[in-house]
Design a protein around this ligand. Structure first.
Ligand SMILES: Cc1ncc(COP(=O)(O)O)c(C=O)c1O
Length: 405
């Protein structure tokens, strides 16, 4: 008797095969494709709830009850029904990074006082727009920002985004690092911090928040390094011990992309937060995007071609890197999953999009059950940084989105 094959690494209750058909959020994926065509993104509202609940539970078990806030980094996915759903949970605020994002969050039900704003290189009209939104929490990422915000009015609180000159990213991926050995555009460095404090004083701005976001996609193996980063950043907090009420430790919590990744150990992560902040008189903010939405979303594509070329079988699909950019932009591969299991020998395939660019590859040399033209192929973990970064390159920017309950 042949052994029962191990379940795929990505399988979970709301994303699994039943009788050879893939189900997502209680729906048969082939039926979803028939009803709504492809390319289409589907998000599972329950998975969003579960991801948020897991964060809260871990922080509460670590003893952080009443000492933290969770903000959702809406740059990861700004689909209005998804934002409205997140608002309805009452469990997250918003991290926004442009005036349009702030307006959009407000239109989806978030109050200005639930929004933390952090951006870089703002124009005069950006400042004017933000200045009209009373209650917004403003993080200044540069001396220029402190000056220009101060010129619009003193006597208020600000946050400062700092740069500790060390960062992290999934498996040391330097495309995902926002701080490190190379000087980056983000935040105020230690050597200019005294100047930042003086400038804030000059404009009668009180610095009540220290903010840092040093990289994306970190998993358990990077947690020790993440704690080093927090401890480096405490120097900045200590300089302003009298005024700082909030420390925002950014986002960056990762989810597995391949079978070689282990899920982030949230208890270990929350223990680090507690170890460094529980006894301090500050509220900790976290602002994850990926962790909340990435694995709540899948992208359904249709197979246009299956063709052997020299040493590879290419599976060509009806969507391109321009609507799901992470492999091309950040080197983060997608896991392709057939919507139905066909019998036969597994195939080693390279999944390519329909855009006329060499980087239009979703995954390379992946072993899949047999796949044929017109089959539906699913890219899992497509809920973050796909639609929000999409372009109309080659005039192939169309996609649909649905939130499933
Ligand atoms: C300032 C800031 N906060 C939060 C995030 C969210 O990051 P992630 O989606 O990796 O959690 C980002 C993303 O780059 C960011 O720039």
């Amino acid at each position: 008797m042949s052994p029962i094959p191990a379940p795929p690494w990505w399988q979970r209750d709301d994303l699994c095969y039943q009788n050879g058909q893939l189900y997502f959020a209680g729906h048969e994926v082939n039926q979803l494709a028939k009803l709504h065509s492809t390319p289409t993104f589907f998000y599972n509202a329950q998975r969003l709830n579960d991801n948020i609940a897991r964060l809260h539970t871990a922080l509460q078990h670590a003893g952080m009850t009443g000492k933290y806030r969770v903000l959702y980094a809406m740059k990861a996915n700004r689909y209005a029904p998804l934002l409205t759903h997140l608002k309805s949970t009452g469990l997250v605020g918003i991290d926004a990074c442009s005036p349009n994002e702030v307006d959009h969050a407000i239109s989806c039900g978030f109050g200005p006082d639930e929004i933390s704003f952090t951006n870089t290189s703002l124009s005069r009209s950006d400042y004017d727009r933000l200045n009209r939104i009373e209650g917004l929490s403003m993080q200044c990422d540069s001396l220029t920002c402190i000056r220009k915000w101060g010129e619009l009015g003193g006597g208020r609180n600000i946050g400062i985004r700092i740069n500790p000159a060390i960062g992290l990213g999934r498996a040391d991926n330097d495309k995902l690092q926002y701080a490190g050995a190379d000087t980056t555009k983000f935040g105020i460095y230690r050597e200019q911090f005294a100047e930042a404090i003086a400038l804030a004083k000059q404009y009668d701005l009180s610095i009540t928040k220290i903010h840092f976001h040093t990289g994306c996609g970190y998993l358990t193996p990077q947690l020790d390094h993440w704690e080093d980063i927090i401890q480096t950043c405490m120097w900045f907090v200590d300089q302003l011990a009298d005024t700082v009420e909030v420390v925002n430790v950014g986002g960056g919590l990762g989810v597995p992309h391949t079978e070689h990744d282990m899920p982030l150990d949230l208890d270990l992560w929350a223990a680090i937060v507690a170890r460094n902040f529980k006894d301090k008189k500050v509220i900790v903010e976290i602002e994850p995007g990926d962790y909340i939405v990435k694995d709540s979303g899948i992208l359904l594509l249709t197979v246009n071609t299956v063709e052997w070329k020299r040493d590879k079988t290419f599976v060509g699909v009806n969507g391109g890197f321009n609507i799901a950019l992470e492999p091309a932009v950040y080197g983060l591969p997608f896991q392709p999953v057939p919507a139905m299991i066909r019998k036969g020998e597994p195939m080693k395939v390279t999944i390519a999009g329909h855009i006329n660019e060499a980087l239009d590859i979703f995954s390379r040399d992946t072993i899949l059950t047999p796949i044929e033209e017109d089959d539906v192929l699913v890219l899992i973990n497509a809920g973050a940084y796909s639609t929000s970064m999409a372009s109309n390159h080659c005039m192939r920017g169309e996609f649909k989105e649905f939130l499933l309950y």
